[in-house]
Design a protein around this ligand. Structure first.
Ligand code: DGL
Length: 269
């Protein structure tokens, strides 16, 4: 039986990574877990985020994944090292891939980072960016109002645009040419974010680079899926599965050919 890649997030945000994995690695089977009952993770303490991430990983391990992807910046910042020390398979986070993509893109050397309170407070992006490029100027901003909008499926409304403008409009005063969407939920708001920031600012989502990292690791370990048949993906969420399903279908169905998806009843972890 084909071993899956397990992907987790506090909700629908990790679907931005899942979509890119489906595009770059169409043969890989995925098991996705969105903790919609306990989203958002952003305002929670690092200890609580570690506890939740451990619980989800303990649940996902029953599927014998060949890799675990923490497709949540808040959980990556709080729990990546902890989870790596607890499991024997490779564990990939989204912060280093996002930082790499941003350093590869900036010309002015001024990079913006927007994320949840937890991610911004952790300083994880600043550290990752400085390790790659010591003199980079980093401007960080927490945007606690974004995740609840995304979880409600409210991507394109006037309210969303106004919230984005109020939260990050002031970042335009900085000479940044690159803005990291340091929360996997934020690519859902790309339209408003790019309208507010203007066309001279490149928006970086960790998804592309994370999928590339997954591919490299699987290749090195000779664990890439073989065979011609498209995999059947499985999606789980801990809360309201109706909204999760609607958003997932909308997001995943647009550009890619979907292989059959098994929708699971909500699981409370
Ligand atoms: N998608 C998540 C992240 O990347 C979590 C957001 C949240 O639950 O607050 O940070």
């Amino acid at each position: 039986m084909q071993q899956p890649i397990a992907i987790l997030d506090s909700g629908v945000g990790g679907l931005t990574v899942a979509k890119e994995v489906m595009r770059q690695l169409p043969r890989e089977k995925m098991i996705y877990f969105g903790d919609t009952a306990r989203t958002p993770y952003g305002p929670r303490s690092p200890d609580e985020v570690v506890k939740f991430t451990r619980e989800i990983v303990d649940y996902l391990i029953q599927f014998r994944p060949k890799m675990i992807v923490i497709a949540c910046n808040t959980a990556t910042a709080a729990a990546l090292d902890d989870i790596r020390s607890r499991v024997s398979v490779p564990v990939v986070g989204v912060i280093n891939p996002g930082a790499r993509a941003a350093i590869g893109c900036t010309v002015t050397g001024c990079v913006g980072v927007i994320g949840t309170e937890g991610t911004i407070k952790s300083g994880a992006y600043e550290q990752a960016l400085r390790e790659l490029s010591p003199y980079v100027q980093v401007v960080s901003e927490a945007c606690p109002k974004f995740v609840p909008l995304v979880e409600k499926g409210n991507f394109h409304s006037k309210e969303t645009y106004r919230t984005v403008l109020e939260s990050i409009g002031h970042l335009r005063q900085f000479p940044m040419d690159t803005l990291i969407l340091g929360c996997t939920h934020y690519p859902f708001l790309t339209e408003s974010i790019s309208e507010v920031m203007g066309e001279c600012v490149n928006l970086i989502s960790s998804a592309d680079e994370t999928a590339r990292e997954i591919s490299t690791i699987l290749q090195d370990k000779r664990k890439l899926a073989q065979g011609a048949r498209l995999p059947v993906h499985q999606f789980f969420c801990s809360g309201n599965s109706a909204m999760f399903k609607t958003i997932a279908k909308q997001w995943l169905g647009e550009q890619i050919v979907l292989s059959p998806i098994v929708w699971q009843e909500p699981v409370i972890v």
